[in-house]
Design a protein around this ligand. Structure first.
Ligand code: ADP
Length: 515
């Protein structure tokens, strides 16, 4: 028997009692805990609870009826939800709270409580009905989700901070470099430029940012060859390197610019952008030109008196009176040798300036390659007591080339092999035919060359480290050789390691190929 049946309602009428019992059964079938409290009695006690309420709380109906709902809170009284409940009771309003409750065995659970007043015809609140559900699982999932969210937010904040730091760091580099930089989007619109760009081209950000690269200034970058290279950066990932642009720029006049461009990507920020670095090399090129002019004039001016000295020495050698001291002829011969050396050096300098101005003339003729190599080696061997040069292999080919130039290359490679291997006397020359090319290699066992220098030694005036004291030279022999071989459609290269000797090789295309 519960308190409802105990007379809280008037159940004298038969039909009403039946309806009422049906209602009680329905309430007992609910999976939500349902209670009724009587607001007219002191402390608003529970006067009814259904089965689900007993199951949720673990208390028996007899332990529930007559108690205020707060008995489920046990000592956990410090909950803000209580204030909401109190307010709803005081003002006769509906409310929903998730309140921390405890079962009879002390197990904690989250109770989702819907509370609603039942009023009489005068609006007086006589009862409250409470519907409750154990939502601990949902609550835990919510809490886990919130924790996860907080963690994510923390991570995002950290990542944003580090990206910002990276960006600031990059921006400071971009602003400091002494090159003009432009960043383009995949449609070649300018996204940003650095200060150096603005200063160099005397323009403002409004003149540049948001505009197409090809429309900048007076169309200085609208060059079909450059366009083609830039357009292939993103699809192929091939950078544009050392592209020269000579142009009459607005505000700054005629300038020579060198341009490098790369695809750039900043993880998580952007990809498929193009960074163009532009360097003004007008002054540098002018200085180089003056240096070349000086070299050309100086070597021409030196050559004329030297030719005269050479002639005079030859006359003196012929005029030596018989019976004169041996020493006199020996001094004259030595003078002749040094004049020849000087002549060779000047000839090399002249070659350099001819290459620079594109004035190298090739006199191509068909000649027996192996024979030319043997003769060149013999000539050098006669003048060299310190080293032994051995030839192996053969090409058995005639090549169409400028023989004197090719012999100059062979001489140069052999002289270097002798010069840079003073303590190792074996030098090998290999001859072979490879596909449509003849190939010659000169191998020494001397000091060798670091990999970093393999390319540089073919540059003008480049000499490795500080070898000047031990091995005098001007650093132009290999430059000339490289240019000569290139002019013949071949390649010259080195394979070497420091301390392990070097192998210099070149190829020359055979006639049909050259033709
Ligand atoms: P030079 O011999 O007058 O310096 P080259 O152009 O012939 O000029 O050579 C350039 C540089 O390459 C040399 O200064 C030297 O450092 C290096 N080099 C050339 N040949 C050899 C070699 N066979 N072994 C080691 N180093 C070499």
């Amino acid at each position: 028997m519960n308190s409802l049946q105990n007379g809280a309602f008037d159940l004298s009428n038969e039909t009403t009692r039946e309806d009422f019992n049906l209602l009680l059964k329905a309430l007992d079938a609910s999976i939500s805990g349902i209670i009724l409290t009587d607001n007219r009695l002191p402390d608003n006690p529970i006067i009814y609870c259904n089965k689900a309420f007993e199951i949720i709380t673990g208390y028996d109906r007899s332990e529930i009826i007559g108690h205020n709902c707060r008995f489920l809170q046990k000592e956990d009284r410090d909950q803000k939800e209580r204030a909401i409940l109190r307010d709803a009771i005081k003002n006769g309003k509906n409310c929903v709270v998730d309140i921390r409750n405890y079962k009879k065995d002390g197990t904690f659970f989250y109770n989702e409580l819907f509370m609603s007043p039942i009023k009489d015809e005068n609006g007086k609140v006589n009862y409250f009905i409470g519907v409750q559900n154990d939502v601990s699982l949902r609550k835990k999932a919510e809490q886990d989700l919130r924790k996860q969210q907080e963690l994510m937010e923390k991570r995002v904040a950290e990542r944003t901070q580090s990206l910002k730091e990276n960006e600031d760091y990059l921006a400071s580099i971009v602003q400091t470099v002494r090159e003009s930089l432009i960043v383009l989007n995949p449609e070649f619109k300018v996204l940003s430029v650095n200060d150096h760009f603005l200063k160099t081209f005397k323009v403002t950000t409004e003149d540049t940012e948001g505009r197409l690269l090809y429309e900048l200034g007076n169309g200085q970058w609208n060059i079909p060859a450059l366009k083609e290279l830039l357009e292939s950066i993103l699809p192929t990932n091939n950078p544009v390197e050392e592209f020269e642009v000579e142009h009459d720029f607005p505000y700054i006049g005629k300038k020579l610019m060198i341009l490098n461009a790369h695809r750039i990507e900043l993880e998580g920020q952007y990809k498929d952008r193009i960074l163009i670095a532009i360097e003004d090399i007008t002054d540098r090129r002018e200085i180089e030109r003056r240096k070349d002019d000086f070299l050309s004039i100086a070597s021409h001016e030196l050559k004329t008196p030297l030719t005269t000295i050479k002639g005079l020495v030859q006359i003196m050698q012929r005029m030596v009176p018989p019976g004169l001291d041996e020493k006199f002829s020996s001094v004259l011969d030595k003078t002749g040798v040094y004049v020849d050396r000087l002549n060779n050096l000047i000839a090399e300098l002249l070659d350099v300036s001819r290459i620079q101005t594109g004035n190298i003339e090739l006199h191509k003729d068909l000649f027996d390659f192996d024979k030319a190599v043997h003769e060149a080696v013999e000539t050098i061997q006669v003048a060299t007591k310190s080293h032994q040069i051995k030839i192996s292999g053969s090409t058995n080919e005639n090549v169409s080339a400028d023989e004197s130039h090719i012999v100059q290359v062979i001489n140069n490679l052999l002289s270097n092999a002798i010069k840079y291997a003073p303590d190792h006397k074996e030098i090998d020359v290999y001859l072979s035919r490879v596909s449509n090319f003849v190939k010659l290699s000169v191998k020494d066992r001397g000091m060798g060359i670091r990999v970093e220098d393999h390319k540089k030694i073919f540059d003008r005036f480049y000499r490795v480290g500080d070898i000047q004291q031990r091995f005098p030279g001007m650093g132009i022999g290999l430059y000339i050789c490289d240019q000569i071989i290139k002019n013949h459609g071949g390649t010259l290269w080195v394979e070497s390691e420091l301390g392990q000797g070097s192998v210099f090789s070149f190829t020359l295309p055979l006639n049909k190929h050259a033709a």
